[in-house]
Design a binder for this molecule. Structure first.
Ligand SMILES: NC(=O)c1ccc[n+]([C@@H]2O[C@H](COP(=O)([O-])OP(=O)(O)OC[C@H]3O[C@@H](n4cnc5c(N)ncnc54)[C@H](O)[C@@H]3O)[C@@H](O)[C@H]2O)c1
Length: 306
């Protein structure tokens, strides 16, 4: 139980398929220029997976490609750099055509691009809420709508979505973020049910705090405002999981075609267990209050310092 993934994921990590068994698959990762997406690209390149790397900044994607070529079992033509803006919805169909022209198929789509939030509900503008929902929800939905016909035609495929533990537990100072991740569970959970007669797996990956650039890019109240705090001195992120470990566990979930995985260090991992398997309202209320008090105190102090 004292692990960094849910029990089923830990079982599969020990006894299930390894990421090496994904060798030769074509995996398209959005948000591949940084953090979890970048680490997942590196992890999969070591397994000999063919990659499509997408995000907005081409130079950063080229840097990630060089890392994959340096450490992985992939050649130049095995890694396609494909700049994409998750909220430029009308460009997504054209991007799918480019991937198919290069590789001829898409085995796995990883909807990973996204942005966090660090401002309370009443200090976040509606424009801020909309920005988070467009990027974290509609961006994933739009690209999935563009890729799905190809997977349905082939009768197989896999769609992974990087959700969050905030998609299971409402997170104070992150109402839009948490709302967006809950929405992703609704959208993709329903899609999973609709696809029951296809061999298309939907994997909802739910990390807790992970070391990445998310702390730097986090939305503070308005779409164009980010945190100026040094993430390495952030008390909310003192026990974050290393990105490479998160990527490894996501790759295990992918190789074993799991439906939902929780990936976090303690005490964060304990929360979804208690919420799902120990539904004692009084205890849950007390836990939520303690969690909210601590998180909001830190966020309000940050606000004064910014
Ligand atoms: N880091 C964490 O603690 C954590 C925890 C749970 C879930 N997540 C989720 O993991 C995913 C990746 O986040 P991360 O932690 O690696 O953060 P990150 O900021 O390091 O990476 C985010 C990636 O998304 C890309 N992106 C942002 N806006 C985009 C757009 N409009 N179009 C295309 N790409 C865009 C960025 O360029 C970057 O590549 C997000 O969905 C995030 O919500 C992160």
């Amino acid at each position: 139980f004292l692990s960094d993934g849910d029990l089923s994921l830990m079982w599969y990590e020990r006894f299930g398929k390894t990421p090496d068994q994904l060798a030769g698959k074509v995996v398209w990762i959005t948000g591949a220029s940084s953090g979890i997406g970048e680490a997942l690209a590196v992890e999969l390149s070591r397994a000999g997976v063919k990659l499509v790397l997408s995000a907005r900044r081409e130079d950063e994607l080229r840097r990630v490609k060089q890392t994959c070529l340096g450490t992985g079992k992939v050649s130049d033509s095995d890694v396609l750099v494909l700049p994409l803006d998750s909220v430029a919805f009308d460009t997504h169909a054209g991007c799918v055509e480019q991937v198919l022209a290069h590789f001829g198929r898409i085995d796995v789509l990883v909807n990973n691009s996204g942005r966090g939030q660090r401002s309370v509900f009443w200090q976040t503008s509606l424009a801020g809420d909309r920005h988070i929902f467009e990027l974290n929800v509609l961006g994933q939905v739009s690209l999935t709508k563009a890729v799905l016909p190809h997977m349905m035609e082939r009768g197989e495929g896999q769609i992974m979505v990087t959700s969050s533990l905030s998609g299971i537990i409402p997170t104070p100072a992150g109402s839009a973020y948490s709302g967006s991740k809950f929405a992703v569970h609704g959208f993709f959970g329903a899609l999973r049910a609709e696809l029951h007669s296809y061999d298309i797996n939907i994997l909802l990956a739910c990390p807790g705090p992970v070391i990445s650039n998310a702390g730097k890019n986090v939305l503070v109240g308005e779409p164009d405002k980010t945190s100026t705090l040094d993430p390495t001195k952030d008390p909310l992120h003192s026990n974050d999981m290393p990105t490479a470990r998160c990527a490894r566990l996501l790759a295990v979930g992918m190789a074993n075609r799991l439906d939902e995985i929780w990936v976090a260090r303690h005490p964060y991992l304990l929360y979804p267990y208690l919420r799902s398997y120990l539904p004692v309202p009084a205890l849950e209320r007390r836990m939520s209050k303690t969690f909210a008090k601590r998180r909001m105190k830190i966020v309000m102090q940050d606000k004064k310092m910014q």
